[in-house]
Structures are given as structure tokens and as C-alpha cells.
Design a binder for this molecule. Structure first.
Ligand code: ASP
Length: 327
């Protein structure tokens, strides 16, 4: 080979290697998030166009907020936290403001958050004056030696840390009160929780869930949302999961951890694992609901066995996607 050919060969090789390296890095650097705003009897025929637009808009706002955090190099934990705050503050969802009511007509809130890198986790249950329960769950994770705190103790911990406390009336919207009065007569049950799972640019996963629980729940009832392994789970080796649905079944099956375990022990893909747990195990046991999940490679799944689930995802290289009903 003459010198000029050699130079040309070297230059072309350099660019090809460079190109493939960049491609590979770009492929590795998947990041994004998945959200839910509760599963249940959500049918198009029962939804007004205004209501549908309001949900779609709020879910998009939540997705975009979380995505911006991840896109600018923020952590998955911060994205999950910020996204859940938006949904907690919105009266549309059963979390924070607009939470469903207990048999006694009060709001009693549960939340949890988990980080996939360290398996650090925090949870609160049965709190009645915490404006954003997911923030208190994070405080438990970061500022206490514990994983879970409940009721008065959790609120005492919040006060000690100068956390914002609100009157229980803050959570109770007129719509929920009417629903409560109607359901009190019919003894029906209603679902609707919020959750977010995210993968950041450094490959860290995080998951969070926040809820008012089930409408008409009895004193002291705690659902799956604040139970690590049932309603929330994140592990960098597998996936991050947040659940919504009839909590008692999710606790009995350890749904979120079971999905992660199927991937860890049986080499299932994210989709296979989530399908097995929701569409086979949960359904067989008679439970209703769904999960959102993202794996360490940025794959996403959102299975549910109810009529609908408020849900969406936003992964780099794509657009925000919001869905409500069955496909
Ligand atoms: N899973 C929640 C609970 O059982 C309720 C829901 O997701 O709607 O407390």
C-alpha cells in the first residue's frame, strides 16, 4: 500500500470506528420514564371529551417535566419525585389532593420510593396531613435509619424536618366527597393511584408510588403502594416497577418484586415478567390492576387487566405517549 492509500485507509478507519462508537454509546444511553395515574373501570363511553383532555394534558405535563430532568442529566430519583408531585397536586388523581376517602370520610395517604442502584427505599403509610407524601417517603429514605414510618410517627418526623403539614380538608375535593357519598350507599370500590418509574443517563433506575388507597377503606388499612416489593420496586440489575389496583392482591403476590425476580432468576424479559405476574398470576387470584415498568435497557411495559389505566411514557429519541383505554 502506498503512503497516500495508507493515510486514506487510516482516516476512513478512524471515522468508521468513531461513528460506531458514537452509535453504541447512543444505544447504551437510553433514558426516560413511564407513569401511571391509576387503573380501573375507565371506559371511553363514560368519559367526557373535557375530562379526557384534562387527564391527557396532566399526564403529558408530568411526562415532560420528568423527561426534562433526565435529559439535563438529573437523577431518576429526582424525576420520579417531581413527576409524582405534579400528580399529587392535581385533583384528578387519587393521591395527595383529590385522594379517595376512608369509611370515616377522611384522606389517609400512603407512598413509597426506591432507588435501583443502592436498593435504598423509603415509605409512609396512613398519613393525614402531609401535602406530598412521596416527599416524606424520600425523607424517610434519606434522613432516617428506617424504611417505613406510619401515621402520627411519620408526621412527627415530618414536623421535626420542617415539612409542610396541611389540614386534612386540603385533600378532599367536592368530586371525591360526592363519590364517597354515592359509594357509601352502593358499597362499591374505586381505584386510582399515581406512580412513576425512570431510568437516567447514568443507568440508574428509580420507582415511586403515591395513593389515597381504596375508597371506603377501613381504619388503619394499608395498601400495596407503600410496601416495597408489592407496589414499588427498583433494582439496577433488572427493572423499576410501580403498581396500581386492588392493593390486597398486590401485597399477597409481592407483585413488583416478583417481576424483578422473574428477570433475575429466570432471565425473563421485562415484558414476559410483567405479563406473567399481571395477566396470569394476578388475574388467576382474582385481583385487578396493572403496573408500569422500565428495565435497565430502557424497555417499557404497561400491562393491566382492567378496562383502562391512565398511563404514558417518554423515552429519548421518541415523543411523549399517553394512553387511557385498552389498545
Ligand atoms: N393500589 C392502591 C391501594 O390498594 C389503590 C390503587 O391503586 O388504586 O391502596
Amino acid at each position: 500500500m502506498c503512503a497516500s492509500k495508507r493515510t486514506l485507509f487510516a482516516v476512513v478507519s478512524f471515522f468508521l470506528i468513531h461513528f460506531f462508537c458514537i452509535q453504541t454509546i447512543a444505544q447504551q444511553q437510553k433514558y426516560g420514564l413511564v407513569i401511571h395515574g391509576g387503573a380501573g373501570t375507565i371506559l371511553k363511553k363514560n368519559m367526557s371529551p373535557e375530562k379526557e383532555a384534562a387527564y391527557t394534558e396532566k399526564l403529558k405535563e408530568a411526562l415532560t417535566t420528568g423527561y426534562k430532568i433526565l435529559d439535563s442529566g438529573g437523577t431518576s430519583l429526582d424525576a420520579v419525585n417531581a413527576v409524582i408531585n405534579i400528580m399529587e397536586d392535581s385533583p384528578l388523581f387519587n393521591a395527595g389532593k383529590g385522594a379517595v376517602l376512608t369509611e370515616k370520610g377522611e384522606a389517609e395517604l400512603d407512598a413509597s420510593i426506591m432507588e435501583g442502584k443502592t436498593l435504598a427505599a423509603g415509605a409512609v403509610a396512613g398519613v393525614k396531613h402531609i401535602k406530598n407524601p412521596i416527599n416524606l417517603a424520600r425523607l424517610v429514605m434519606e434522613k432516617s435509619p428506617h424504611v417505613m414510618m406510619i401515621g402520627d410517627g411519620a408526621e412527627e418526623f415530618a414536623k421535626q424536618n420542617n415539612y409542610e403539614l396541611v389540614d386534612n380538608k386540603y385533600f378532599i375535593t367536592e368530586e371525591r366527597r360526592q363519590q364517597y357519598l354515592k359509594i357509601k350507599e352502593a358499597q362499591d370500590q374505586k381505584h386510582g393511584t399515581v406512580g412513576c418509574v425512570a431510568l437516567d443517563k447514568t443507568g440508574n433506575l428509580a420507582a415511586g408510588t403515591s395513593t389515597g388507597g381504596m375508597m371506603m377503606k377501613k381504619f388503619g388499612r394499608v395498601g400495596d403502594a407503600p410496601i416495597i416489593g408489592a407496589g414499588t420496586y427498583a433494582n439496577n440489575n433488572t427493572c423499576a416497577v410501580s403498581a396500581t389496583g386492588h392493593g390486597e392482591y398486590f401485597i399477597r403476590l409481592g407483585v413488583a418484586r416478583d417481576i424483578s425476580s422473574l428477570m433475575e432468576y429466570k432471565n425473563y424479559s421485562l415484558r414476559q415478567a410483567a405479563d406473567e405476574v399481571i395477566n396470569v398470576k394476578l388475574t388467576k387470584l382474582g385481583g385487578t390492576g396493572g403496573v408500569i415498568a422500565i428495565d435497565k435497557n430502557g424497555n417499557v411495559t404497561m400491562p393491566f387487566n382492567t378496562e383502562g389505566m391512565y398511563r404514558g411514557y417518554y423515552i429519548n429519541g421518541g415523543e411523549p405517549v399517553v394512553k387511557i383505554y385498552k389498545d
